[in-house]
Design a binder for this molecule. Sequence first.
Ligand SMILES: Nc1nc2c(c(=O)[nH]1)N[C@H]1C(S)=C(S)[C@@H](COP(=O)(O)O)O[C@H]1N2
Ligand SMILES: [Mo]
Length: 516
Amino acid sequence: MRRTAHVWAAVTGLISAAAVLAAAEIIAIFAGAATSPVFAVGSLAIDLAPPGVKSFMIAVFGTGDKAALLVILGILVVALAALAGILEYRRPPFGLVVLVLVSGIAVLAVTTRAGASGLSGIPTVVGMIVGVLVLRMLARRLRAWTASAAEPVPLGAQTGLDRRRFLTAAGITALVAAFGGVIARAMNAAANAVSAARDAVVLPAAATPAPAVPASADLGLEGLTPYITPNEDFYRIDTALQVPALATDNWKLRVTGLVDQPVEIGWDELLALPLEEHVVTLACVSNEVGGDLIGNAVWLGYPIREILKKAAPQAGADMVLSVSTDGFTAGTPLEALQDEGRVALLAVGMNGQPLPVEHGFPVRMVVAGLYGYVSATKWVTELRVTRFADAEGYWTPRGWSALGPIKTESRIDVPRAGATVAAGKVAVAGVAWAQHTGVSKVEVQVDGGDWAEARLAGTTGVDTWVQWVYEWDAPAGQHTLAVRATDASGATQTDVQAPPAPDGASGWDTVRVTVS
Ligand SMILES: Nc1nc2c(c(=O)[nH]1)N[C@H]1C(S)=C(S)[C@@H](COP(=O)(O)O)O[C@H]1N2
Ligand SMILES: [Mo]
């Protein structure tokens, strides 16, 4: 009955191949859907196929040539997997060698795709390791079974401990690989579809452009945070394990709740409205004093105030609960969103591009002067007009304040904490912010002495941070530098230290440096 054993050996190869793909797909959910090996291998085959093969495929299969290619590749992979299973059963470790070689081709395929990096291969490498472990384990159990049965057994005959152990292991790995792989593949396909939808977006020009960023906004000092934060460097905070995949054609925003006129607006309608551009510094309530959960961008969007006007909120309403597709909610004072003098956008663009998927594509909120957790809902699809007495944003029952105005703060970027600098003129510099009010003054203190005023760089307005620099005549020794900001209303940043919870950290940013 060697035949039966060989059939099972081929099956162990197929299960191992499924495990490779499933593990790679699952890791690709986190590493980025584009790192999944399935289509990368197909694309590599298309790129490498000689022209004759390509035209043959098109002649035979027409527009189905790509599907046909995937089927052919699939058959090839199944055959190689079965071969690996049989080899590992009869001549270990040659089955593992085949598995590693085939997976190695897949690694090559993902890492050589356009826009790929060496790290793109990680999901497939993890998949390969999982596959090797699965194949080795199953082949061992199969050998144990066939060895213990004096006569290797036909399918469905004779029970025995070794047989049961093999079948259980094979069954469980097959199920886990199938379920995990299918679900992960579907998630990665959705993510790929969204990045394609984002690539297809052409944003309209702003009817009201942002003021040009003055050259004076960037002091151009080494180590100082740039005035505008590039999208790829922008901090990211959300509760989404996987970034929501929300396409533009099925995006719509509903304004519901305590309104006279419920409103519904689609993507095309939103883009057709006169959009405005504003430079706003977004900040996270979890930012520690001196921390970097803050960033400044040019946002393109439509004023939420105008959408609320159409909906006509009813008397008694005092909160807008914005709802994301991922279940996140933020409670924003209705007043702040209706205020003619406050920037509050339904944003579609960030620094001249469609919102990056992880920053809320296709639409998010941006409200000047309020921490993100009470205002900056990403992937937003509903504005529910309600009352603070009746509703709570996501973080409020989790110990954070219902209201989250941003606290005036300042940060020292250079010199870095613990740095050693040469005695003489030292530029002490950083950023300070008091969104919606503006920063009027930044002061630096050395070793607890008198406060000296720093020079402020330019800005586009009160909603952004401002760079500052203080020319320090640094004497040799150990020194402690502190910074504080004063807002345009004359209020100076408190020295009272508070942790981020429940409503934002406070205190002075302090760095110790050595002057030699
Ligand atoms: N859907 C959704 N939107 C969200 C969040 C979230 O968890 N889910 N986090 C909020 C918080 S706490 C902050 S600070 C900002 C961060 O926006 P960013 O990731 O674009 O910097 O998004 C806000 N919007
Ligand atoms: Mo946040």
